[in-house]
Each structure stands twice: as C-alpha cells, then as structure tokens.
Design a binder for this molecule. Structure first.
Ligand SMILES: *Cc1c(COP(=O)(O)O)cnc(C)c1O
Length: 392
C-alpha cells in the first residue's frame, strides 16, 4: 500500500508549512516508539498512572437475556474516564522524547482536551487547547477541568464554532509553534501519520482483550463491537484482530434522531468521498462539497468525518458498520445501568445499543465483546434532560 494510505483512503492533504512537523512525527514514530526504553516508560505510565490493564467484564444478566455471552472491555475505568488517555499519554511521551516542551490539541466535547491536559501536566509540558466557542459554553465543566490541569483553553469563533473549526485553528497554531510544540491529535483521523500513530497507541485495548479472552475462554470472540466517532477506540479494538477472519469487526455510527434526512454522525453509512482535515475519507457534505453539520446525542461521536482506515475496512468488507440512533443509545444506557450496575458513556451506549437491537446478528451461545469506551458520569445532564428525569 502507498505510504500513508489505506487502499484509496488516507494521505496527507495539508499546506506545505505543515509538512516538516508531520515528517518529524513520522520519523519519531519509526525511531523512538519501537525502542525498549520508550515502551517501558509508556507501559509504566499506562499501568501506574492511567490504570491499565482494564478488566474484561462478563455481563451475566444481559448474557442470559441475549442468548450469547456479552463481555465489556472496561475503558470507562481509566483515569479521566475513557480510552482517550491511552493516546494522549503516548503522544505526550513521544513529544518529550522529540525534545518538545508543549502540546497543542483540539477538543469537541472536552474529553480529549482533559486527557491531553492531564498527560501534559504529568509529563511537564505546556498545554494549549482549541475548542469551538459553542462547545466552550456547552461543556463548561470540562473547560474548568482543563484549566485546573494547567491548560490554556482558546475558544474558536469561526465557522460553526465546534470541533471542525477547533481542528483548523489548532493546525494553524501548530504551523507557528512547530519548533517547540507537538500536535496531540485526538482520534485516528487527520493527515498521515496521525491515523497510524493513534491506532498504535490505542491498540493496547485490543491486545489486552485478545489475551483476556484467551485466558477466560481459550478462544477468540465471535465479534468485537465499538462505537465510531473519529474511530480511535474502534480501530484500537479492531487492529489486533484484523488477521483473524473468524472475528467479526463491528463499528457503530451515530444515526442522530434517526429520522429520514436528519443530521447524523454516520459518514460511513450515509456520507460520500472527500477530503477533510488532511485525509481522503468518507464524510458528510452537500453535493457541492460543503461540510454538513453533524449531530448525535453523544458529543464524542459528533464529527462529520471518520478515520481513513475505517473507510478502507468498510470498502473491503473486513469490518461492518451499523448505526444506532439517539433513542436506542439512551435505552441501552438505561439497560446497562439496571442490569449490570454500570453507567456507560453515551458514545459507548451506541455500541451496546447495536447489540441489543440486533441480537439475531450474533451467534447463539457465542462470545461478543463490546468496547465500553468511557464512563457516563459526564453525560448526566444530557441524560436527565433527555429522559425528563427532573427529580433525579
Ligand atoms: C471521544 C470518545 C469516543 C469517540 O472517539 P473515537 O475516536 O471514535 O474513539 C467514543 N467514546 C468515548 C467515551 C469518547 O470519549
């Protein structure tokens, strides 16, 4: 395959001024990441700071209802509440080895911003976060967390004042500050080498799942299921199983309200080919190429593009991509709370919803793993409002 491409997808469509820092990251990936010293230092951070390895939890009550064994990979138990810390610790440590003194990052709902700020504080790096002005208002508590962790948060007033504009602004900042600063990109998208870099740091969750399944059952799962926003938790789960054809790889996109023609966050199912944020992929756009607004009840899935490796796995058929809508995700959220005593993030609830809505798609008596990418505490206001549980 051509360097930086996954079939036809991927690449590096950026202004010339961004090529030197991207090449520097690519070189660091090749020279620093494989060294024993880097691996050992990252493994220690993941273990003693972030809380790896995370459990693979059997769900006895749901399994009985579904007719197959359901297990959850518990990324919700990690420090800062989601899988994002796997990536930010990896990139922050890489930045240190590269001799950088600062990180810049974009954030939408604020989860990646919080995970970046925490990693930067821990490793003694300065931290600048760009966030759409509307998101700064909507996600005030995450803005507070980032500032407490020592980050400078810049509201972005251009465009739709959301994630896509924050990414554009962070890339511009990186052009000016590339001597001192690494861009800690938040998902397995963006220009090469970010889709590969982020996949490598998130693959730990699939590697652990593989080992834990073999230890618990002596076999691999029939299917692994993960929610797809930009695609980092899903590709981290899929990558270690890609060469095991007996393991189905199931990604779940957010269908929004689910009404015909509604705004959604499902570019693989409902989008078309195009370039966004430096890579050729599937995205939500009008016939004349204007990016369309996305929507999901879960802020972390609310992105009009998707990582190029997912576009490739979709095109080749190696992975399947279903959808779950807002109401189905809210239902799955409640089901998991009631039956297993776990409050999932609304993002992860989409992955679970797909399994609950399509039990016949999985083999009776089989083994299914859902990646519980994060915890739901951050979503309490949305859930309370959506379910009209005003007296909760
Ligand atoms: C950000 C986020 C996602 C979506 O991002 P991916 O890059 O697609 O993984 C999913 N789940 C949680 C809990 C998140 O915070």
């Amino acid at each position: 395959m051509k360097k930086g491409y996954f079939g036809d997808f991927g690449g590096c469509f950026v202004p010339e001024l961004l090529m030197p820092p991207l090449l520097e990251v690519e070189e660091a990936m090749q020279k620093i990441m494989p060294t024993a010293q880097f691996r050992a230092e990252l493994d220690d951070l993941l273990h003693s700071y972030a809380g790896r390895e995370t459990p693979l939890t059997l769900c006895p009550n749901l399994s009985q209802k579904l007719g197959f064994t359901l297990r959850l990979k518990r990324e919700d138990l990690l420090h800062t509440g989601a899988h994002k810390i796997n990536n930010t610790l990896g990139q922050a440590l890489l930045a240190k080895y590269m001799g950088k003194s600062a990180l810049v990052a974009e954030t939408g709902a604020g989860q990646h911003g919080v995970a970046t700020a925490a990693a930067a504080a821990r490793l003694g790096l300065q931290c600048t976060i760009f966030m759409g002005a509307d998101d700064v208002t909507r996600q005030a508590s995450n803005v507070c967390r980032m500032r407490l962790l020592g980050a400078k948060v810049h509201p972005v007033h251009s465009g739709t004042r959301t994630l896509k504009d924050a990414i554009n602004e962070a890339l511009r900042f990186w052009i000016r500050s590339q001597e001192s600063t690494h861009y800690c990109f938040g998902t397995a998208a963006g220009p090469h080498p970010f889709p590969t870099l982020v996949r490598e740091f998130q693959s730990v969750l699939g590697q652990e799942t593989r080992k834990q399944m073999l230890a618990a059952t002596g076999r691999l799962p029939d299917a692994v299921v993960a929610a797809v926003g930009g695609g980092s938790n899903a590709i981290g789960m899929f990558a270690p199983f890609i060469h095991d054809p007996e393991v189905r790889l199931v990604g779940v996109e957010a269908a929004g309200t689910g009404e015909a023609g509604c705004y959604n966050s499902a570019p693989l199912n409902l989008g078309t080919d195009g370039v966004l944020h430096g890579n050729f992929t599937k995205l939500l756009q009008t016939a004349d190429g204007q990016i369309e607004p996305s929507h999901s009840v879960s802020a972390g899935l609310d992105y009009p593009g998707v990582g190029p490796e997912h576009a490739y796995l979709h095109a080749t058929g190696r992975a399947e991509y279903g959808m779950a809508n807002d109401a189905q995700a809210l239902n799955a959220f409640q089901v998991l709370c009631h039956t297993e005593g776990i409050l999932p993030a609304l993002e992860s609830s989409h992955a679970l919803a797909y399994v609950l809505e399509h039990p016949q798609a999985f083999p009776a008596g089989g083994e299914v793993v859902v990646n519980l990418s994060g915890r739901g505490d951050k979503d309490m206001d949305i859930v309370r409002h959506a379910l009209s549980l005003e007296d909760l």
